[in-house]
Structures are given as C-alpha cells and as structure tokens.
Design a protein around this ligand. Structure first.
Ligand SMILES: [Zn+2]
Ligand SMILES: [Zn+2]
Length: 374
C-alpha cells in the first residue's frame, strides 16, 4: 500500500536529502509554524503535519520503512492497516469538537501583591517609595526560550504536537472518545529536549528587584497602586503580570482619620475656656492658631477647613476638627482654692442645684444630631 502522506514534500526536502538537511528544514518550519506564535487552527494543523513528517524522516528505521512504501505513522500492525484518525471519524459524526490544541508554552506572568506601611504625612502629601521584591524575570541565558544553547524546542512525538491524546473506549452508549493531556509534553505539544541549565527550561529565573513608585496623596488602608508590567514574567518569557502595592496606613499619635477628615483632641484649661485664648497647634501643614472664644464648653469643636486629607479622586481636602477638652483644675493649693471659692460666691454657685440640660446638648443629644444630619 502506498503511503498516504508525502513527508518529503511536507518538509520541502528532496527524497535524497540527508539528515542535516531534514533537520534544518524542520527547524525552520517549526519556528514559523510554532503553535505558541500561531494559535490559528490551520497553522496548528500544518505544524502537526510537519512534526509527524520530521518524526518519520529523522528516524533512520522509520524512514527506511517509509521509503519502502510503508507509513510507520499509520495505525495497525506494520503500519499498513487503516490509516485514519479517530478524531476525523468523530468529526464526521458529531461535527468538529471545539478546537483545543496544545496549550501555549508562553504565558502571561502572574500578578504580584506587596503591602507597605505608610505614615500619615505620606498620605497627606504623597511620597516616593521603593520596594524590593522577589519575582521571576526572563532568563538571560536563553532569552526565555528555555532551551540550552544551540538546541531547539521540538514537536512532541507522543501527541504529534496536539498536546492531548485521544482514545476510543466502549461504553453502553457505544464508542466514546476520551481526551487526556499528553503525559510526555504536559499538553504543550512540544518538548524541550535540552533544557537551559540556568532556568531548567522554565525560561525565567527568580531574582530580587527594586521598584520605585509614587504614593499619591489621599491613599488609605486597602488602596492598591497598580504598577503595570512589574509583576512576574510569564513562562517562556511571556508578558509580565502587574505588581500591586497595597497600602496599610499607620495610626498617628495625634491625628485620627475618618475618610478625608482628620480629628484631634486638645486639652483646654478651664480658665482658658472661660476667658478665651489663642492656642498654637502643630498640624501636618505647620502651626495653626486655634481661636478659643470665651465661654467655650467641654466637647466644643474648632474646624479648620482644607486641613484634612487630600481627596484621592477629585479635588480639595477634607477638614481638620479640633475637639476641645476642658480640663478641670486639680491639686489646688490654698490660694487657688480661696480664689475659686470667692469666684463661686460672686457667681452664686456655692450650692449648685441640679439643672437639667437641654436635650440637644450632652451625649444623647449629639447622637440625635448625628442621625438628623446636623
Ligand atoms: Zn534559561
Ligand atoms: Zn505531547
């Protein structure tokens, strides 16, 4: 029976071509038709044909069989029995199955995530930061190909470049086709016979790298800064994933953040609350003078507009609210005691009686106001 396939024509070589010529022709075509670069089914089919042709013509025993009119790739004893592909048969019955083909050796790298702690002043004004990360980068020895010097990726002989192996099994439904990942090439459709000694064929190596970036003003815990292409390089020198830097905000000793607003509490001597005062306060923007009017009550607030956190999205800044906590004097000496006693006398406060406070002040009043949106 004459062979069905003309393997010499598939590789574009003469029937008397020597082993070197066949190898060269295959390398050239495999590079052009490689499924990693050509995912379209037509080219993949050609890649398979070329791989099968090379498998026959590169093996002296198979080539002799073929030259003698026997196709060693045909199924059946001696290769001379039925020369058809079960998948073709199944296609005829059920229509072509979804194209799957070999999985590409080149894949996009993974994203990486790193967390950094930032101080409040970095949140307020932004900062330049650097992180040192452990990521995969392309192997410089093989430029990501994964092959040892002067060697090539070759088509997998077990699955003929398909990346999967189909078999037909009998079941109560009749014959069923099952497909499994090719164990020889792990689904790639090609194998690396001589892996690069630097990267063991992965096409990438791990290294420590320092990446600089800017923390924009207004970030908060959980904000992720995306650094495109700074993640892991993919296998086979595939494009790198992204690096995400997640912000963890450190608590500040004085200022407490609520959204874009800041809050702080300062102690106010009772006398200053009664008489009024001008109190310097060190904010993150520098010193501010807090004007305390005479008769300031405990819990009163002084609001500094635009001294809060800059808005990450949008413009402007939140406010800084200074809570005034009036301090009752303690540890009075006799002179102070005498002064306060005579003050109480002048104000008729020696024997205070219970004076109910209006509902809008005090703790419950503030809660009510909060719900009313005041
Ligand atoms: Zn390498
Ligand atoms: Zn395979």
């Amino acid at each position: 029976m004459p062979p069905r396939n003309d393997y010499y024509a598939v590789l574009g070589v003469a029937p008397e071509a020597d082993a070197q010529e066949i190898k060269r022709a295959y390398r050239k075509m495999a590079r052009e038709l490689h499924p990693d670069l050509n995912p379209d089914p037509v080219t993949q089919e050609r890649f398979k044909d070329v791989t099968v042709a090379y498998e026959v013509l590169s093996d002296p025993e198979k080539r002799r069989m073929y030259d003698n009119g026997v196709d060693p790739m045909a199924s059946g004893p001696g290769g001379s029995a039925g020369n058809f592909d079960f998948s073709d048969l199944m296609d005829a019955f059920f229509g072509p199955s979804a194209p799957r083909g070999p999985r590409p050796r080149q894949q996009r790298g993974q994203d990486a995530l790193i967390r950094i702690q930032v101080e409040l002043d970095e949140v307020m004004f932004g900062s330049e930061r650097e992180v040192t990360i452990d990521t995969a980068v392309a192997c410089s020895a093989c430029e990501g190909a994964g092959t040892a010097p002067d060697t090539e990726v070759i088509g997998c002989t077990m699955c003929k470049g398909r990346g999967e192996i189909q078999s037909v099994q009998r079941s109560f439904l009749g014959q069923v086709m099952t497909t499994r990942v090719c164990p020889q090439c792990r689904g790639f459709g090609s194998v690396v016979p001589h892996p690069c000694p630097e990267c063991s064929g992965d096409g990438r190596v791990r290294t420590r790298r320092t990446v600089g970036f800017r923390v924009p003003p207004g970030v908060e815990t959980g904000t992720r800064i995306q650094l495109a292409g700074e993640g892991e390089v993919g296998t086979g020198a595939g494009p790198a994933g992204d690096l995400y830097v997640e912000i963890v905000e450190k608590p500040h000793a004085v200022f407490h953040r609520q959204g874009d607003d800041l809050h702080c509490t300062i102690a106010l001597p009772m006398t200053a609350a009664a008489l009024g005062a001008e109190i310097p306060l060190d904010t993150l923007d520098g010193q501010e003078l807090i004007q305390v009017p005479p008769g300031t009550q405990p819990g009163e607030e002084h609001v500094l507009r635009d001294r809060g956190v800059p808005r990450l999205r949008g413009s402007g800044r939140g406010k800084l609210t200074v809570h005034l906590q009036v301090q009752t004097p303690t540890g009075l000496d006799s002179a102070q005691r005498e002064l306060l006693t005579s003050l109480a006398g002048l104000r008729g406060e020696e024997k205070p009686s219970a004076t109910p406070m209006p509902q809008t002040t005090g703790f419950f009043g503030r809660i009510k106001d909060a719900f009313a949106g005041k």
